[in-house]
Design a protein around this ligand. Structure first.
Ligand code: GSH
Length: 219
């Protein structure tokens, strides 16, 4: 199994945590914004990360990857079977990828990835736009964060992984779940990041970040 893309990406981290939850070993392969690596460009139709290669079966997109992995390697299941819980889990995944990440990545790309990794000036107006969008998103997460346990039903799922992964990425640009303002979010996020799967991925991520961005601690 191979996973293309750097763990700084919330989408790559999501796929990596799912692999770790399922006890699946993988090799990290290079790829990402600005990459000209022919191996990566051959597997990623739109040059986006992550891409999974499972013994020659190539699949882009974090959600597609999780759906595939959960069907192919069902233990433990990370997409609930109950229809309502399944719908809710996919909503949180969609929210994480297309609402939270869209705002958060405006900050990440314009303050960190562009200027510090790709040598491209960031667009500060876009970063400020992302910042202005965050409070509404944080308030929403606080309104759905459970007092105990997980976002959907009583099982850890793709919902927790996707939303927590974006929070981890935001830590690189100085945003964390502030416990004073968002106590339920902070406590839930701490439960997610205490899992052994999360710790395994965080260890790999810290090693990668020490190499590519020595001034930034892993989120
Ligand atoms: N919906 C995709 C989003 C993937 C994505 O946009 N990844 C970013 C990195 S965080 C990327 O590769 N951007 C490069 C580009 O858009 O050129 C997923 O869930 O995998």
């Amino acid at each position: 199994m191979k996973l293309y893309g750097a763990l700084l990406s919330p989408f790559v981290r999501k796929a990596a945590v799912v692999l770790a939850e399922k006890g699946l070993e993988y090799t990290a392969a290079r790829g990402g914004p600005g990459s000209t690596d022919p191996e990566f460009l051959a597997v990623s139709p739109f040059a986006k990360i992550p891409v999974l290669d499972d013994d020659g079966f190539i699949l882009p997109d974090s959600t597609a990857i999780v759906v595939y992995l959960d069907a192919q390697y069902p233990d433990p299941s990370l997409i609930p079977a109950d229809p309502k819980a399944r719908g809710q889990a996919m909503w949180f995944d969609e929210f994480g990828d297309t609402i939270f990440a869209v705002s958060g990545l405006k900050i990440l790309f314009n303050r960190l990835v562009g200027p510090k990794l790709l040598g491209k000036p960031g667009d500060e107006a876009l970063a400020l736009e992302g910042e202005a969008e965050l409070p509404r998103i944080f308030e929403y997460i606080e309104s759905v964060a459970p007092e105990a346990g997980w976002l959907v039903g009583n099982a850890f799922s793709i919902a927790d992984i996707t939303v927590a992964s974006m929070l981890c990425t935001l830590a690189y640009v100085g945003y964390g779940p502030n416990a004073a303002a968002y106590p339920k979010t902070a406590a839930w996020h701490a439960r997610v990041t205490a899992r052994s799967s999360w710790n395994a991925v965080a260890g790999r991520e810290a090693a990668l970040m020490r190499r590519i961005l020595p001034d930034h601690a892993a989120g």
